[in-house]
Design a protein around this ligand. Structure first.
Ligand SMILES: O=C(O)CCC(=O)C(=O)O
Length: 277
């Protein structure tokens, strides 16, 4: 199976040492911009748990700061090679900064979830490029359920520390997430040991979660989201991303919000999304 076939069938590929020093510098610059410019989505995602778990995403002001990582690295080419199609747009960014707690208590997992229930988009030509700035063992890394992008779309996770499966919408229109962590042996879980310069690329319908970060360690992760030709506006129970993806008075909205106005099933497009190739 070549990489494109693996991506289509399994929903994830690992690419070793594809980002050189310059590319990692551009990625870090983008990550640091997000750390110092919090948007509406900025949050200690799981308050009341050991360590820290900072995240932010979909800041509509990020596009200039993310231009180098999107245009001066091989990332767009890596993704279009998996899709087998030339067109690619940058959709949005997400950062994580997880620090293990004191007294040997790890920062908790990123709960199992899919990205698509949070987003008004669907299609085959979608990809998440996941970059860690620290080396990671497999048991501290991103975990994914192989092939899950071809199956059920679940409700999102509210990231509630009392129950990872607590639904984001809870309207019953999307089924509740299964408890993957309690039943790990029932799932085909894949993860990768990481060295800086490696990337994990996966489809955003994949069930995935992040392993705990152990005491004394920090994990800084940049997650970049892209779409291509066949991306369409998708129905979702409500407007989660619209609430997050704006800053200031709210007049400054993310292109995702405008793309959604095209209506369900329409091509997912807006001139605010940078077209990369
Ligand atoms: O890095 C993590 O812990 C989670 C990553 C994630 O959920 C994502 O990139 O979509």
């Amino acid at each position: 199976m070549n990489l494109a076939e693996s991506f289509q069938r399994e929903g994830v590929v690992f690419q070793s040492q594809v980002l050189d020093n310059d590319a990692m510098t551009f990625a870090r610059k983008a990550y640091e911009w997000s750390l110092t410019n919090p948007g509406k989505g900025a949050t200690r995602l799981i308050p009341g748990t050991p360590g820290t778990f900072y995240g932010d995403l979909a800041n509509p002001r990020c596009f200039d700061a993310y231009s180098d990582v999107n245009t001066r690295t091989v990332i767009p080419q890596l993704v279009t090679a998996l899709w087998g199609k030339p067109d690619i747009w940058f959709m949005y960014e997400q950062i994580f900064k997880k620090t293990g707690g004191s007294h040997g208590r790890p920062a908790r997992r990123t709960p199992w979830h899919q990205d698509l229930p949070y987003l008004p988009v669907e299609g085959n030509d979608l990809a998440v490029v996941w970059i860690s700035f620290e080396p990671l063992n497999k048991n501290e890394s991103l975990e994914l359920v192989r092939g899950s992008h071809l199956r059920t779309l679940y409700d999102g996770s509210k990231f509630d520390p009392r129950d990872d499966t607590e639904p984001l919408y809870g309207t019953g229109e999307l089924p509740r997430l299964p408890d993957i962590e309690k039943n790990r042996k029932d799932y085909d879980i894949v993860s990768f040991a990481i060295e800086p310069g490696d990337v994990v690329i996966f489809h955003p319908k994949m069930l995935h979660g992040g392993a705990p970060t152990s005491s004394g360690n920090t994990r800084c992760t940049l997650s970049l989201r892209y779409f291509g030709d066949d991306a369409r506006v998708a129905w979702r129970p409500n407007d989660t991303m619209e609430r997050i993806a704006k800053v200031g008075s709210g007049a400054e909205v993310h292109p995702m919000t405008r793309a959604k106005q095209q209506g369900i099933g329409a091509p997912f497009r807006d001139e605010g999304f940078p077209k990369l190739t």
